[in-house]
Design a protein around this ligand. Sequence first.
Ligand SMILES: [Zn+2]
Length: 102
Amino acid sequence: MDSFVELYRASNALEAHALKGALEQQGVMVRLLGEALAGGTGELPMDSQEVGLLVQRRHLEQANKVLKEYHQSKAPWQCPSCGEQNDGHFETCWRCGCVPEH
Ligand SMILES: [Zn+2]
């Protein structure tokens, strides 16, 4: 059995689950750390409790790639044309319509 190493610490359970889904789509097995502390109620903790993501050591490199792509696609970006901050799910600047170069 491969040992698990910490890949990332998500700021909340929702982010952790979104990342877990993205990683598992790529065949990377994920364990969540910290979530059990809030368990028992069947509800996702909505506060800002950190949740660690653990992956097997042999998956670490691949997992980091998935993580990077995830953050690149979701991270807010600044418009190079007008300087406006845009949410990651916008592909064009909401203010001036500029398309950022990736
Ligand atoms: Zn703009």
